[in-house]
Design a protein around this ligand. Structure first.
Ligand code: FES
Length: 121
């Protein structure tokens, strides 16, 4: 419903990112989610992110120190630079132009369309 309101606002000349909203539950796994790899650029470590787990969950389990807050894709605190690969954006804060650029992602909810993401961590 939030996205529908944002689309209607956009159609009437109001930028989507000017529509204020709040989320109260985390994004759920989607049918067809597949595992993908995340490479940490600073160490070269590679981790597999299975369906049903977020990048943050897997990296934290492996001892990677991260900064995050909402884990719903609506605060932007976990935004991470993507050095290569194609994110599957599932947040609600990036603009359409930011999504199309594919150079940042919210690692609490977003996944990958490519087999591997290299993140600036
Ligand atoms: S922790 Fe809030 S957007 Fe990721």
């Amino acid at each position: 419903m939030i996205e529908a309101v944002r689309e209607i606002a956009h159609a009437r000349g109001i930028a989507k990112d000017h529509v204020h909203f709040e989320l109260f539950e985390a994004h759920e796994a989607e049918a067809g989610d597949k595992p993908f790899e995340v490479e940490i650029s600073s160490t070269g470590q590679v981790f597999t992110i299975p369906p049903g787990k977020s990048i943050i969950e897997v990296l934290e389990e492996e001892g990677v120190d991260l900064i995050y807050d909402c884990q719903r894709g609506d605060c932007g605190i976990c935004q991470t630079t993507v050095l290569s690969g194609i994110p599957d954006h599932r947040d609600v804060i990036l603009t359409d132009d930011e999504r199309a650029a594919n150079d940042v992602m919210q690692i609490c909810v977003s996944r990958a369309k490519s087999d591997r993401l290299v993140l600036d961590l």
